[in-house]
Write a protein that binds this ligand. Structure first.
Ligand SMILES: Nc1nc2c(c(=O)[nH]1)N[C@H]1C(S)=C(S)[C@@H](COP(=O)(O)OP(=O)(O)OC[C@H]3O[C@@H](n4cnc5c(=O)[nH]c(N)nc54)[C@H](O)[C@@H]3O)O[C@H]1N2
Ligand SMILES: Nc1nc2c(c(=O)[nH]1)N[C@H]1C(S)=C(S)[C@@H](COP(=O)(O)OP(=O)(O)OC[C@H]3O[C@@H](n4cnc5c(=O)[nH]c(N)nc54)[C@H](O)[C@@H]3O)O[C@H]1N2
Ligand SMILES: [Mo]
Length: 708
């Protein structure tokens, strides 16, 4: 019996990018486990991935191309060959291009796998070459990234491993134990050495429960808190004047701006008592090294971008960057020298491109956007919009259109794939090769394929080679091997890859970038911010392009950025929907709905698999504060309806003082089909953009809950 161990890396859209060891016996993967040698992920896998082989060998996998035989959405398919599938797609696309133009084709994708070659950009060269509509993919952290760029530039920020040296750790809208769990041991180590842990979250999450101080906050009001902290820090002379003078710009203007954001103002907006706001500001400013870890959830509101602007000013103000373990952690992805241009190929684009933001897929497909030409062909890979984006009812209506030709590349017949005309089988991480960045640590990883592809599944890179060929593209760059693509995807001359060879990464599975040790690295001790001024910009010099979207999120296209000027100073934009801002709406819909990540799902992945649904609960639950439940006569476990003017979904009530009064929490990721009455949280969420980076506002929504 031949038994081998293969080193790989978790493919998921998660900050942790774990090093994984797969045991393979006679060509079959029999177990996966964490790699104990990896300094960050340390041999532990989460509940989503520790039985990954069951995902791979699940009898629900799609292993052959399929053609729809029943009505759209019915899930009735018949097996066809790859040749037939490719022929069907090419014929249809060519005819659409001839009659409507290439813009009638729309790609839709995200990070089903976040491997550098199979992930975010794998289809971009083909769709850019065809001249298809550009898919703007501002799913996650795009508003935060714009704000971060405007304030401190594309810096990795604080090394997550440097947290062991922190004395004050502020987890701001981040549920570390659920969504970034391999960071937790570093936080624990800091606490053993005396660090204080503070969590700012409307929900007493499993992370908040373990904190020294949990500060519940009304959703979408974090900027008011951050600005009031700035107010207190300036008023009480807790500013590091030396650091501010040498390494920041706009202090006087920030002082003036912050003067209006008193703790009393912030208390009214956030629901946090004045004393707590003042105490937080004082503790934060006087307990060095102080570090803030911002989660993605802060951006999903009307003023999400400016919230990140305000938070990103804090470390500069108190000189936190001077210390190892002091500053801000957002996404250390900025440390990886990925050659995005090579992956996206914006040079192949025709001059004028039409852009569609992913959050508007429903409106685009249902015809509401009045697109000319309308979208006639949709190609979905690495994504499951029926479960994960707004406008669910319109999306369903659009996907039912008989004149829409939909192709979905998937592992499973997801809610989205069920509407496809053609489904194409995709390999899982055990069956494919990739090189991986991380947005939660500073290790480059290599995923060696552990087994041969099952059935007729192909990797995304192979899928796009086949599609290019079927479309008659001759450019040899479309036919590079995975090895060639991996080699070309990184700038090997960049200092962070000095002394690192691809062969070494491949053999070991991971390597730390060539950056200073986490034990003595304070990246901005001497300023050196990668901003236009080289300083931390309280007053930003990047203000021309309102809704500036980092090109990474839009196939490299940068042609139609909205030119509206942005206020150069951070400010508070109240939520679009909340009892303070919209009292009339709040009368009918008094509760704020948030839909954070589920512990056992990875976005919608695993929403169909037995081990994870057993953990998460087979059906959607909604968490309500006991007072809110009592007022509505709702008892624990009761079936309930959550609704607003946009729609409704059904769920079971979980009654818990862990959510703030006035807030309801429904973990995301449940599948439409498996849910009661076939609708999920996105039946209710708004399609509006946040203030920066065209981020979503799906957590900026009022609802009502009633007994069924
Ligand atoms: N288990 C698990 N892990 C995941 C994922 C998953 O689906 N499941 N998804 C991965 C992905 S794609 C991402 S982007 C990351 C996201 O990781 P996180 O940013 O941690 O994600 P969320 O769970 O969306 O939100 C974190 C917390 O913010 C709180 N929150 C919501 N609104 C507000 C607000 O207005 N203010 C404040 N202060 N807090 C608020 C929520 O209650 C939640 O506890 O997680 C990744 N890791
Ligand atoms: N209500 C609510 N909505 C949200 C969020 C939330 O917290 N709450 N989070 C937002 C965020 S942060 C994000 S990142 C987005 C995520 O949005 P999506 O990326 O659309 O969500 P996933 O559920 O991760 O869907 C990825 C799909 O890709 C498939 N897949 C995996 N690997 C491969 C592969 O190698 N090839 C192919 N072809 N397919 C593959 C998986 O089976 C899965 O169905 O959702 C956003 N939407
Ligand atoms: Mo995300």
């Amino acid at each position: 019996m031949a038994r081998i161990t293969v080193v790989g890396a978790c493919p998921h859209d998660c900050p942790d990018t774990c090093s994984i060891l797969t045991t393979v016996e006679d060509g079959k993967a029999i177990a996966v486990r964490g790699n104990p040698d990896h300094p960050f992920t340390r041999g532990r896998l989460c509940v989503k991935v520790n039985n990954y082989e069951e995902r791979v060998y699940s009898d629900k996998r799609v292993l052959n191309p399929l053609r729809r035989v029943g009505p759209k959405g019915s899930g009735q398919f018949q097996r066809i060959s790859w040749d037939e599938a490719l022929e069907t797609i090419a014929t249809r696309w060519k005819s659409i291009i001839a009659t409507d133009g290439a813009q009638a084709i729309l790609p839709y994708s995200y990070l089903g796998t976040q491997g550098i070659i199979n992930g975010l950009n794998v289809g971009d060269p083909l769709f850019n070459k065809l001249g298809a509509t550009v898919s703007e993919r501002t799913f996650c952290d795009s508003g935060s990234c714009t704000a971060y760029m405007m304030t401190i530039g594309p810096t990795p920020g604080v090394d997550p491993e440097s947290f062991v040296h922190s004395k004050y750790i502020l987890l701001w809208a981040c549920n570390t134990l659920g969504t970034n769990s391999h960071h937790w041991p570093f936080i624990e180590q800091a606490r053993k050495a005396g660090a204080r842990l503070v969590v700012i979250d409307p929900v007493r999450t499993r992370t908040a429960r373990l904190a020294d101080w949990h500060i519940p906050i009304r959703p979408g009001t974090d900027a008011a808190l951050a600005l009031a902290m700035i107010h207190v820090i300036i008023k009480e002379n807790l500013v590091d004047r030396d650091y501010v003078d040498r390494h920041t710009v706009g202090y006087d203007e920030l002082t003036e701006r912050a003067s209006t954001y008193t703790p009393e103002f912030a208390a009214r907006e956030t629901g946090i008592p004045v004393e707590d706001i003042v105490k937080l500001a004082r503790e934060y400013a006087t307990t060095p090294p102080a570090v803030v870890r911002i989660g993605v959830a802060v951006e999903r509101h009307a003023g999400g971008g400016q919230t990140v602007r305000a938070i990103a000013c804090l470390p500069g103000l108190i000189g936190a960057w001077k210390h190892v373990g002091g500053g801000l952690l957002q996404l250390p992805i900025w440390a990886f020298p990925v050659k995005w241009e090579v992956l996206m190929r914006p040079d192949l684009q025709p001059e004028k491109m039409r852009v569609l933001n992913s959050w508007r897929l429903g409106s685009a497909l249902s015809g509401e956007l009045g697109f000319d030409p309308p979208i006639k062909a949709l190609f979905v890979y690495n994504a499951n919009p029926m479960a994960m984006v707004t406008e669910q009812a319109k999306l369903e209506q659009g996907l039912e259109r008989e004149d829409l030709f939909t192709v979905v590349s998937e592992h499973f017949l997801t809610d989205t794939a069920r509407y496809a005309d053609i489904v194409l089988p995709a390999t899982t991480q055990l069956e494919q090769k990739d090189i991986m960045f991380s947005w939660g640590h500073l290790y480059l990883s290599y995923n060696n394929p552990a087994i041969e592809p099952l059935g007729e599944a192909v990797s995304n890179t192979e899928l796009f080679r086949r599609l290019a060929k079927a479309m008659g593209i001759e450019d040899p760059s479309f036919y590079r091997t995975d090895d060639e693509m991996i080699e070309a995807s990184l700038d090997w001359t960049n200092p962070v890859l000095q002394g690192i060879s691809l062969e070494d990464v491949k053999a070991k599975g991971y390597t730390r970038l060539t950056v200073p040790s986490a034990d003595d690295w304070a990246p901005h001790r001497e300023g050196n911010f990668p901003t236009p001024t080289g300083k931390c910009e309280f007053k930003s010099t990047i203000t021309g392009g309102g809704n500036f979207v980092v090109p990474l999120f839009r196939q490299g296209y940068n042609g139609d950025q909205d030119g509206t000027p942005v206020d150069a100073l951070p400010h508070y934009i109240p939520p679009n929907e909340n009892p303070q801002t919209t009292p009339a709406l709040a009368k009918r819909y008094p509760l704020s709905l948030i839909t954070p990540k589920s512990h056992a799902f990875l976005n919608s992945n695993y929403g169909n698999l037995p081990a994870q649904t057993a953990q998460a609960g087979e059906e959607q639950s909604v968490f309500l504060h006991p007072d809110d439940a009592l007022q509505r006569g709702i008892v624990a476990g009761a079936p309930i309806r959550v609704f607003n003017d946009r729609g409704a979904f059904e769920a079971f009530a979980s009654i818990s003082p862990d959510v703030m009064p006035g807030v309801v929490m429904a973990p995301a990721g449940y599948w439409h089909r498996s849910n009661r009455k076939g609708a999920t949280v996105h039946a209710l969420t708004p399609p509006a953009y946040a203030d920066l980076g065209r981020a979503p506002t799906f957590s900026d929504v009022l609802v009502q809950v009633g007994k069924l």
